[in-house]
Design a protein around this ligand. Structure first.
Ligand code: PGA
Ligand code: ZN
Length: 426
């Protein structure tokens, strides 16, 4: 790594920008004494549960339906900038600790997780720039202090092909129908595969007149009779391509099941009566037997701990049971999941927790306990590509950035292509 220029923070300037879902969000630029700078912006999810750290929004109904972030901008430009001025940008834990103490609440409700994360990421980008080193290399050196990790591969992408739930205007309950290239593929091979199967899906939907408009994460949002019909369509798309199902590519689902859990049980359009937890696990086992689902994200509701332990015990041998809303990238929830053997993989969404140091801490704990890690976007995104570098830096098993379409999604996949070229082209 090159000798760093002066990384002392000179100032921080924030702006209110707009994300991919027409909602305001934050962007901040950190300027160092040496003149180097780093910029970052944050995403927003649809699932914001009680275990998530809080975003700071203005609640001023006269602007952006209350979603403005002018107060957060002012906090960064004054309070946070004053607190961090003169501190070294390459001491990330000091930077994050200072902001966490300034906030002083368990869920970052005073300054907002969006406020802290924008600055936390921008500081890291500025420090990497000052060292004239790629961001993934800089982040890897930092992450190694939590868990020794060498950069050897690009994480396998999980591509969203069909969107349902709250992300799509169609009528499906499950949030994402995904394809997952085999882990022995190079990233360019996987990316090409994702694009070709995505395009094949579009042709099938057009042929069936089922609707080809896309949802928040770039997947198609058709109207179909059942959720399994969407699985069939993606499978048909794979079969119509040059790739072999079960060898080159696999299927995955993000059910986001909290959204269709009712007082009566899990209620989906595939059956009139709601399923009990036990019956729903059986339904998923039947789907798995038929379609060999490699990856099941949020198959059960975020507080159905008993069900999570049961499904992991019964299905983990052949399917990854991935916890997104269950853990909410929260260390205490992760510790419980480890104790109760409630899942075999964890989604890492930095804006659910608020600072880079805490993200590293959660990833290291998960990895030391043999959980697979998926670095994940949110449904409301910006063109920021920080997550691509983060995925490589911590050697995540998978990354999930949405469909291989729409600017804010492909910005991240394209950044992985660039990293792949830097790492593997001699
Ligand atoms: P989100 O969900 O809407 O909460 O960001 C995204 C996901 O699970 O991929
Ligand atoms: Zn999810």
């Amino acid at each position: 790594m090159a000798q760093p220029a002066d990384t002392t923070i000179y100032g921080i300037y924030a702006r209110e920008i707009i994300n991919s879902r027409a909602t305001p969000t934050l962007e901040a630029t950190v300027i160092l004494q040496s003149g180097y700078r780093g910029t970052a912006s944050v995403s927003t999810g649809m699932a914001i549960g009680k275990f998530d750290c809080q975003e700071l929004r203005d609640d001023d109904q006269n602007r952006f339906d209350g979603f403005g972030v002018k107060n957060a901008v002012n906090l960064i430009n004054a309070t946070i900038s004053n607190a961090l001025r003169g501190k070294p940008a390459d001491d990330q834990s000091l930077i994050d600790k200072t902001m966490i103490e300034l906030d002083g609440t368990p869920n970052k409700s005073k300054l907002g997780a969006n406020t802290l994360l924008t600055v936390s990421h921008a500081v890291a980008v500025a420090a990497a720039n000052a060292r004239l080193t790629p961001l993934y290399t800089y982040l890897n050196a930092m992450y190694t202090q939590y868990h020794q990790t060498e950069v050897k591969r690009i994480p396998t992408p999980i591509f969203n092909i069909v969107n349902g739930g709250k992300h799509g205007a169609g009528n499906l309950n499950f949030q994402e129908f995904q394809i997952i290239p085999a882990s022995n593929k190079t990233f360019p091979e996987s990316y090409q595969m994702g694009v070709e199967i995505y395009r094949a899906t579009q042709k099938i939907l057009a042929f069936r007149n089922a609707g080809q408009s896309v949802g928040d994460e770039g997947g198609f949002t058709p109207n179909l009779f059942t959720n399994t019909d969407a699985i069939e369509i993606v499978l048909e798309a794979i079969k119509s391509s040059t790739y072999q199902f079960g060898i080159d590519t696999f299927l995955g689902l993000d059910l986001a099941a909290t959204l269709f859990k009712t007082d009566q049980g899990y209620l989906i359009k595939d059956r009139a009566a709601a399923y009990t937890t036990k019956d729903f696990i059986q339904y998923l086992k039947d789907i798995h037997a038929k379609y060999r689902i490699l990856y099941l994200e949020d198959p059960l509701e975020e507080n159905d701990w008993f069900g999570w332990t049961a499904i992991t015990k019964e299905m983990d041998k052949d399917t990854l049971i991935a916890a997104d809303d269950l853990i909410a990238t929260n260390k205490t929830r992760l510790e419980r999941a480890i104790r109760e053997k409630a899942c075999s993989a964890i989604l890492i969404k930095p804006n659910r927790i608020g600072t880079l140091s805490e993200v590293f801490d959660v990833i290291a704990l998960a990895k030391k306990n043999d959980m697979k890690c998926i670095i994940s976007h949110r449904s409301g995104e910006t063109n920021d590509t920080f997550l691509a570098d983060l995925g490589v830096a911590v050697q995540a098993d998978y990354v999930k950035f949405g469909a291989p379409a729409r600017g804010e999604r492909v910005a991240k996949y394209n950044r992985l292509l660039e990293i792949s070229t830097q790492l593997f082209t001699k």
